[in-house]
Design a protein around this ligand. Structure first.
Ligand SMILES: [Cu+2]
Length: 191
């Protein structure tokens, strides 16, 4: 098991971690020992099923396994976000890290304008899972007018691009946002 990173050793580790989790679940949920033993016995068939499924998926050449990603964005000392343009897939998470003081995240555009995500507090960590395809624009509440903005494009979908013309922004913020949108579109053409 300690022998390296072969597929077999990975599988062993996978089975063991699953087993531990399952036992914990049993003992947490039920104090009745008889039932707990039944669950533990039953667990081995689960393991076999998991192993078979895992082998099937990993050996199918056409199978495509994708995992949701987590992207980190920092607040910079130049009153900007470290990633101003981001292309992600639906289901991905974005985390904003308060690496410099005095900033936050406030959404001004989303695919569902009626229910914008709530804004974060100044100097606090913030994270969000993006489920809805479309563009999202956010800014820093104190520095929005001076152009501290970011754009996130989910699933390369620009259907709500017109919302940009419906919101009021300072001339500086407006021109920064225009620049970001042009860049975001050109990046998506390359991809
Ligand atoms: Cu700021």
């Amino acid at each position: 098991m300690r022998g390296g990173y072969s597929f077999n050793s990975y599988l062993k580790n996978f089975k063991i971690s699953y087993r531990i989790e399952k036992v914990k679940k049993c003992s947490f949920r039920l104090r009745n020992k008889v039932f707990a033993i039944f669950q533990v016995k039953n667990m081995f068939s689960y393991n076999k099923l998991f192993t078979v499924l895992f082998l099937c998926i990993s050996t199918l050449p056409s199978a495509k396994i994708t995992f949701a990603e987590v992207v980190k964005i920092e607040f910079t000392k130049y009153d900007t976000y470290s990633k101003e343009i981001l292309h992600i897939d639906a289901g991905d998470t974005v985390e904003w890290l308060p690496t410099n003081k005095g900033h936050n995240v406030e959404f001004i555009i989303s695919p569902q304008m009626g229910s914008l995500p709530k804004k974060s507090k100044i100097n606090e960590y913030y994270s969000m899972i993006f489920e809805e395809p479309g563009i999202y624009v956010y800014g820093c509440t104190p520095h929005l007018n001076t152009g501290m903005l970011g754009i996130i494009v989910v699933d390369n979908d620009f259907h709500n691009i017109e919302f940009i013309n419906e919101i009021y922004l300072s001339p500086v913020a407006h021109s920064v946002l225009k620049g970001l949108v042009i860049k975001a579109k050109s990046m998506s053409d390359i991809e």
